[in-house]
Design a protein. Structure first.
Length: 337
């Protein structure tokens, strides 16, 4: 298969999280053709109405290559020049999907079996695809998960800990603020306290970080706000309990706190002969829960360009990824880890 053309075809099918059906059908048809000529099997793994993962297997998979085909908004179509393929999902993670398909095609041509390709929905929001796959294991011993690592094997990834913070107040006319109780001012005071929290560090993963991702509230400029809220995201490097405890102590009942998500930090498998790195983002790996085997994380492209208006993937890295996935899967099939 032509990796560049396949990447562009995938990019040009809009698949923002929750709206993955069209690209899922494309991937299902693509893998069905490959399976038909190589003795494989393909199935849709239902996630919800109009949503499904796609799984292709050749024998009982010892090694499964996996990534996601949903993207963040906004959609923009593909283009290319001599150096890059561009477009939403080019590096996160449709170029990776294309490289994995090409690698498995090559492995099958070499006579390899006991392989799987698992492409999932929902990674960019709630990992429902990975959580569904967790309930339907196939006995694989290794899962090679694809995210942009610039083709280096990630030895660790930070976790995620997300909270919704809500402040309650009392409505009043803004000309008489003493009659009201501003939820926005309460929220700002709370967020200022959160920003001062000392955060844990780890020798491998580095320092935990905080992002105040959204703030909303109030009704009009001339009304004292009765409600305000913010979404917080901590990138964790170990046990999340110290952050939970520090947050509760800092806010001390002034606002409501709801934990919305926890994905643990991970330290992962390595294989000799592959360059390594550490990444600060989270992946589907924790949500597989070990059901698809020991995890390895590697893929072409830079995470610094993912989710941006400049998203692109270097063609040289895309071709290199095919070689890496082929070599890595062969090593794992041979029992060398």
């Amino acid at each position: 298969m032509d990796a560049f053309a396949l990447t562009r075809s995938l990019i040009d099918i809009e698949s923002i999280t929750g709206q993955e059906k069209a690209v899922g059908e494309y991937v299902f048809a693509l893998l069905s053709r490959l399976a038909a000529s190589t003795g494989g099997a393909v199935e849709r793994m239902t996630v919800g109405p109009e949503r499904f993962n796609v799984l292709a297997t050749w024998g009982t998979p010892v090694v499964t290559l996996s990534t996601h085909f949903d993207t963040v908004p906004p959609f923009f179509p593909s283009s290319e020049d001599e150096e890059f393929v561009r477009g939403r999902g080019s590096c996160d993670a449709k170029g990776i999907l294309a490289a994995m398909v090409c690698a498995v095609e090559r492995l099958l041509d070499e006579g390899r079996r006991n392989l799987g390709l698992l492409f999932v929905v929902g990674e960019e929001k709630d990992s429902l695809g990975a959580l569904t796959a967790r309930e339907h294991p196939r006995g694989a011993k290794f899962v090679i998960n694809g995210e942009p690592t610039e083709n280096k094997l990630a030895i660790g990834s930070k976790g995620a800990l997300r909270f919704v913070v809500t402040a309650k107040g009392r409505l009043a006319h803004s000309a008489y603020p003493e009659l009201g109780d501003s939820a926005i001012e309460k929220l700002l005071d709370a967020l200022n306290a959160v920003r001062k929290l000392p955060l844990p560090t780890d020798e491998v993963l580095g320092k935990s970080t905080l992002n105040i991702g959204t703030i909303s509230g109030g009704r009009a400029p001339n009304v004292i706000a009765d409600e305000a809220r913010a979404d917080l995201m901590f990138r964790t490097v170990g046990d999340p309990e110290p952050i939970r405890a520090a947050l509760r102590e800092a806010l001390n009942g002034r606002v409501e706190i709801e934990e919305a998500l926890h994905t643990p930090a991970l330290q992962m498998e390595t294989v000799s002969g592959f360059a390594t790195t550490v990444v600060a983002y989270t992946t589907d790996i924790p949500n597989f829960g070990g059901a698809w085997g020991k995890p390895l994380l590697i893929g072409p492209g830079s995470i610094l360009l993912a989710h941006t208006a400049e998203e692109r993937i270097p063609k040289a890295q895309l071709l290199e990824a095919i070689e890496i996935y082929t070599r890595l899967a062969a090593r794992l099939l041979g029992g060398a880890a």
